[in-house]
Design a protein around this ligand. Structure first.
Ligand SMILES: CC(=O)CC(=O)SCCNC(=O)CCNC(=O)[C@H](O)C(C)(C)COP(=O)(O)OP(=O)(O)OC[C@H]1O[C@@H](n2cnc3c(N)ncnc32)[C@H](O)[C@@H]1OP(=O)(O)O
Length: 295
């Protein structure tokens, strides 16, 4: 077996926020050894607690046995030092949607990991993968693997390659997402927003503009899209789920790339984020959430 087709059994996840925790959880549930990096011990503890709560939820809804929960929890380890990622065969970066922070992570991962067929993936929603690849000396190993929230529930992964990504790396990443994690993969060109957010973000922003203008309430807009279009949730509730800070960051990146007014974050969104109302994870957005549901 050549190295590029060797089964991936050791992954690293950078960031244990909403997305990083979800990705770490599905990897651990799939039987993979998972090392999660967070900046501080406190953030690592919060990330671990978030994953354990979600595993508990899996047990209470009958999707996991107690034993599977225990085994998944046992496969998860945490560190605050990316140097510990030297033996990882695949890393998914899931830190804040900020180019400077992400490029610093990629530069560091590239230094730490020598394996030429290790996959360095980003879960970015909107930053072109080439921007991250350019921060490394080995852009052929860099790829986008974009998951959807809640990661344990939604089956899609967008696979984003650049003109520099080696075909063996994209095949390895695709096989991991599909064969190991059981996700469905679509391939996307390397443009800000990829497939899903290019369509979703203007829709979410239009919903926010509708609330802003007083045209309809958040509850009525959501009810309209759930009952009128059979969406599982309406745009305001979905914006709260994604995180209003994340929606704003994605919109800004897309606006920077395309200069289309439809991507410009509406003042109401900016105001809510400035006020710390970032949606479900912060306890308040277009709706209020109690502490248990916010995590
Ligand atoms: C911005 C980006 O870059 C990318 C993105 O993530 S875009 C956002 C994409 N996400 C979406 O569009 C989400 C749309 N919404 C949904 O799919 C659904 O409303 C939802 C799954 C979030 C909740 O569904 P619901 O029916 O209202 O609630 P609920 O009954 O609690 O959950 C449905 C199932 O999902 C499971 N579930 C919900 N949230 C979960 C979580 N965080 N972790 C694990 N399982 C979860 C529940 O256990 C339940 O499973 P069963 O049906 O087997 O019991």
């Amino acid at each position: 077996m050549d190295m590029a087709t060797e089964m991936i059994s050791r992954v690293g996840i950078v960031g244990a926020g909403q997305m990083g925790a979800g990705i770490a959880e599905v990897c651990a549930r799939a039987g993979v050894d998972v090392l999660v990096a967070e900046a501080t011990r406190e953030l690592a503890a919060a990330g671990r607690a978030r994953i354990l709560r979600s595993l508990d939820r899996g047990v209470s809804s009958g999707k996991l046995t107690e034993r599977e929960r225990e085994q998944a929890a046992w496969r998860l380890r945490f560190t605050d030092d990316l140097a510990d990622f030297a033996d990882r065969q695949l890393v998914v970066e899931a830190v804040v949607e900020d180019v400077a922070v992400k490029t610093a992570v990629f530069a560091r991962l590239d230094e730490v990991i020598d394996d030429p067929v290790a996959v360095l993936a980003s879960n970015t929603s909107s930053i072109p993968i080439m921007t991250l690849a350019a921060a490394t000396a080995h852009p052929d190993r860099v790829i986008g693997l974009h998951f959807f929230n809640p990661v344990p529930v939604l089956p899609l992964v967008e696979l984003v390659t650049t003109s520099d990504t080696a075909e063996s790396i994209s095949e390895r990443a695709e096989s991991f997402a599909h064969d190991v994690l059981g996700k469905q993969v679509v391939r996307s060109g390397d443009r800000s927003g990829f497939v899903v957010n290019a369509l979703l973000v203007p829709y979410l922003l239009s919903g926010i503009r509708m609330v802003e203008s007083g045209f309809a309430t958040a509850a009525d807009i959501d009810k309209a899209m759930v009952l009128g279009c059979a969406h599982p949730m309406g745009p305001l509730k979905l914006a709260d789920l994604v995180g209003l800070d994340t929606v704003k960051a994605i919109a800004e990146t897309m606006y920077d790339e395309f200069a289309e007014p439809l991507y410009l974050p509406p003042p109401l969104l900016v105001q809510m984020v400035d006020d710390g109302h970032c949606g479900k994870k912060s306890g308040e957005g277009f709706y209020r959430y109690d502490e248990a549901s916010a995590s």
